[in-house]
Design a protein around this ligand. Structure first.
Ligand code: WT7
Length: 647
C-alpha cells in the first residue's frame, strides 16, 4: 500500500508535471506547449496541444491490437443484445459522422441529442466529436418545454431523436415532444430519427411530409446506410469545445456546462483507471444515462479511453423484474459496477433473496455516485453485492468538475459514509465564508482531553463549511455557455479568499462547489449536501427556482417556493408552498393539475411530492423568498437568523 498522503501532496505541489505525465499516456496530434495557464477565472490546459477524444477512444485502439475487442455491449429491455468491437463501433461512428457531414454539419456546429439509452445515443455522441461538432445531450425524460429551451439556448443545428422507446411497461412516444419543441424553432435545420419501436411511426411520417415544417427530415437508418465506413478524425485544439451539458443551478434556467477535448479526456481517463483499478479485461457497467455527466464521462468516454468494454442496459432497475441487475451482472460477467445510492436504497427494500440466486463473483469493485451514501446503504451494498469484501468507491464530483474529485482508491482504508480524500492532483478543502480552512489540525485532537470531550460520532470532526477546490484540475468546465458572467459569479465570487502569505500562481483560485462538507482528523471528507437552492432527487439535480417557475406558469398560481426534504430512498423529495391568486379555491384537483404542470414543464423527474397551499411566504425586506426558513420550519429545526425577515 503506497502512502496515499505523500503521493497526493506531491501531485498537488506539482500539478503541471503530474497531469503532464498522465497526458502522455494518450495520443496527441501535436504536443502541448504549456500544461496549464490560469487567468482568473479561466484555467486552460495543454495549451497548443491538438487531439480529439475520439482519437483516443477509438482510433488509438485500432492501432494497438484492440480492434477486435468488445467496446460496447448493449442489452435491451426485451432481451435483445448488441455487441460492438472497437472496429465495429468505429465503423458505425464513422458512418454516422459522414452522415452528419452530408447534411452540412461542420466543426463547431451544435447538435442536440434527445435519445433513450440505445447504442445510437453513444454512436451519435462519438460521431459528433469525431468531426469536431459539439454535442448537447438532453435527457430523454425531459419534457417538450425543457427540450425546447435547451435546443434554443445551445442553438442546435441538428437534432437526433427517436420515434418512441420502451420504458418499463410503458412506451414513451418521444417524438411527440420533439414535434412540440420544434414548432417554431429557428435553429434546427435537420432532424435524424432513430426507429426504436414499431409504434408512433405515423406521427413521424406525418411530420416528415408536413409542408409547414422548417427542418429537413431523415430516418437514421436511411442516412447512415449510404455512408462510407471511413471518416477521418478532426484535429481539435485541446481547449476546443467537445460538448455542452445542461445542469440546474440555484437560480434561473439550467446552465450549459462546457467541456473540452484535451483536459477533459486526461482527467476522466486517469480517474477511472486509478480509482477502479482498470485492467484490460474489465467489463464496466455504469447504470447512469448519457443525459447526465456520469453517462458522458464514465459510461462512454472513459471506458473507451481505457480500452475496456462498457456495458449498457436500456431498462430501469426494476424491469422486467427486481432481479434484472443481478441477472445481468451474472450473464455478462460484469467486473466493475457503478450506481447511485438511491438505486441501492430502493433495491434494499426487496431484501437479500433476489440477489442470492445469482453468481456475482465476477465483480471486483463497486462504485457509488450522485449523493452522499449513508452508512447503512454502504454496508448493505458491500455485504450483498460486494461479497462482504469488495471496495466501495464513493465518488464525489459534479457536472462541472467532469471527473471524480474526492474518492477512495481500492487499496485505501474506507469509512462508510465518507468519500475519503481528494484524488491525486485535486486540492480540495472545507472553508468558512472568508475562505479560511476548517480542516482540523492534528494538534487539536492531541490537545489533552479533546477526544473525551467529543462524542464518538463526531470525534475529531472539523466544522462544517463550504467545499472548495483550490487549484485547477484538467477536466474542469471551460465556461458556462453564453453566460460567462454566471460562470464567474457561481464558481469564483461566492467566497472572498483570505489572502495567504504563500503567493503561488493559484492564490486567487477558489472554485465554489455549492456543497457543504466536513473534514475529520484523518483528513477524510464527509459530504453533507448542497448549500444552495439545488435539490437532489434520486441523484438528479433540480433548481428550486426552475421548479418554482414551472408552478408559476399556471395562471392560478401567484407565488411558489420549493424546498428539498430528506427522503429515505430518493435522498431528497420536493415540497412546494403555493400562494394562489385571489379567488382561486385550493383543492386536491388543483394539486393534481399543478403536479401535471410541473411534469409538463420539466419532466417526470421533477414530479412534486407534496404541495401545500399557504397564505404567505417568508421573505426578506427586498422580497426574496427565504427558503431556508421554510425548510427549517418543515423539518422542525431552529429557524436561525431572521434579522432580514420582513414579516
Ligand atoms: C452534486 C453534483 C457527479 C455525477 C452525478 C451528479 C452531489 C455527487 C456525490 C457523492 C455526496 C455527491 C453533490 C454535487 N454528489 N456525488 N459521492 N457524495 N454527494 O452530478 O448532477 O452535477 O450533481 O451531486 O451535491 O454537488 P451533478
Amino acid at each position: 500500500m503506497p502512502d496515499y498522503d505523500s503521493l497526493h501532496k506531491q501531485s498537488i505541489d506539482y500539478p503541471e508535471s503530474f497531469w503532464g505525465n498522465v497526458a502522455e499516456e494518450l495520443l496527441w496530434f501535436r504536443p502541448w506547449d504549456r500544461v496549464l495557464e490560469w487567468k482568473y477565472p479561466y484555467a486552460r490546459w495543454f495549451i497548443g496541444g491538438q487531439t480529439n477524444i475520439v482519437y483516443n477512444a477509438l482510433d488509438r485502439h485500432l492501432k494497438n491490437n484492440n480492434a477486435d475487442k468488445l467496446a460496447l455491449i448493449w442489452a435491451s429491455q426485451d432481451n435483445q443484445e448488441k455487441k460492438y468491437t472497437y472496429r465495429q463501433l468505429n465503423e458505425e461512428v464513422s458512418k454516422f459522422a459522414n452522415g452528419l457531414k452530408s447534411i452540412g454539419i461542420r466543426k463547431g456546429d451544435k447538435v442536440a441529442i434527445y435519445l433513450p439509452r440505445i447504442p445510437e445515443q453513444f454512436i451519435a455522441m462519438l460521431g459528433c466529436l469525431k468531426i469536431g461538432a459539439v454535442h448537447s445531450v438532453i435527457y430523454s425524460g425531459f419534457s417538450a418545454e425543457a427540450l425546447k429551451s435547451r435546443i434554443e439556448d445551445v442553438q442546435a443545428k441538428a437534432l437526433i431523436c427517436s420515434n418512441a422507446y420502451p420504458y418499463g411497461k410503458k412506451t414513451v412516444e418521444s417524438f411527440k415532444n420533439v414535434k412540440e419543441a420544434l414548432k417554431d424553432s429557428k435553429t434546427v435545420k435537420d432532424i435524424i430519427v432513430v426507429k426504436r419501436t414499431e409504434t408512433n411511426i405515423e406521427d413521424v411520417d406525418e411530420a416528415s411530409v408536413d409542408p409547414k415544417k422548417n427542418y429537413r427530415f431523415h430516418w437514421w437508418s436511411d442516412l447512415v446506410s449510404k455512408q462510407d465506413t471511413v471518416c477521418s478524425t478532426a484535429i481539435m485544439d485541446a481547449n476546443d469545445i467537445a460538448f455542452i451539458l445542461y445542469t440546474s443551478g440555484s437560480t434561473g434556467k439550467p446552465k450549459g456546462v462546457i467541456h473540452s477535448h484535451g483536459g477533459y479526456q486526461v482527467g476522466i481517463y486517469y480517474t477511472l483507471k486509478v480509482s477502479f483499478d482498470i485492467g484490460s479485461e474489465d467489463i464496466f457497467w455504469s447504470t447512469a444515462d448519457a443525459g447526465w455527466i456520469t453517462g458522458h464521462s464514465y459510461m462512454l468516454y472513459s471506458p473507451l479511453l481505457n480500452g475496456i468494454t462498457t456495458f449498457i442496459y436500456e431498462g430501469t432497475p426494476t424491469y422486467p423484474d427486481i432481479e434484472i441487475w443481478w441477472k445481468l451482472i451474472e450473464k455478462y460477467k460484469i467486473t466493475k459496477f457503478y450506481t447511485a445510492p438511491t438505486a441501492i436504497r430502493s433495491l434494499m427494500k426487496f431484501g437479500e433473496e433476489p440477489i442470492k440466486k445469482y453468481d456475482l463473483s465476477s465483480l471486483k469493485i463497486l462504485g457509488s455516485v450522485g449523493e452522499p451514501i449513508n452508512p447503512e446503504a454502504w454496508l448493505w451494498y458491500q455485504k450483498n453485492i460486494g461479497h462482504s469484501e469488495l471496495p466501495i468507491i464513493d465518488t464525489w464530483w459534479q457536472t462541472e468538475t467532469g471527473m471524480f474529485m474526492i474518492n477512495p482508491l481500492p487499496y485505501t482504508k474506507s469509512k462508510p459514509g465518507s468519500a475519503f480524500k481528494p484524488f491525486f492532483g485535486v486540492d480540495a478543502d472545507v472553508v468558512d465564508e472568508k475562505g479560511v480552512s476548517l480542516a482540523p489540525t492534528k494538534s487539536m485532537s492531541s490537545a489533552p482531553g479533546a477526544s473525551q470531550r467529543l462524542l464518538e460520532s463526531s470525534k475529531n470532526m472539523g466544522k462544517q463549511g463550504f467545499l472548495v477546490i483550490k487549484k485547477p484540475w484538467p477536466a474542469m468546465l471551460l465556461d458556462v455557455f453564453n453566460n460567462p458572467q454566471r460562470y464567474k459569479e457561481t464558481y469564483f465570487e461566492k467566497i472572498k479568499i483570505a489572502k495567504t502569505k504563500k503567493q503561488d500562481s493559484f492564490s486567487d483560485f477558489c472554485y465554489f462547489t455549492g456543497d457543504s462538507a466536513k473534514i475529520d482528523e484523518d483528513g477524510y471528507f464527509w459530504i453533507v449536501g448542497r448549500n444552495d437552492d439545488v435539490i437532489k432527487v434520486s441523484g438528479h439535480r433540480l433548481g428550486s427556482a426552475e421548479l418554482e417557475s414551472a408552478f408559476v406558469a399556471n395562471p392560478k398560481v401567484a407565488e411558489a417556493a420549493v424546498i428539498g426534504k430528506p427522503d429515505e430512498v430518493k435522498g431528497e423529495s420536493i415540497k412546494a408552498f403555493i400562494i394562489l391568486k385571489q379567488g382561486v379555491e385550493p383543492s386536491d384537483e388543483l394539486k393534481k393539475e399543478l403536479t401535471l404542470q410541473v411534469r409538463m414543464q420539466i419532466g417526470p423527474i421533477a414530479t412534486p411530492d407534496e404541495i401545500e397551499f399557504v397564505e404567505k411566504l417568508p421573505k426578506t425586506r427586498s422580497g426574496k423568498i427565504m427558503r431556508r426558513i421554510l425548510k427549517a420550519q418543515e423539518l422542525g429545526q431552529p429557524i436561525g437568523d431572521v434579522s432580514t425577515l420582513d414579516d
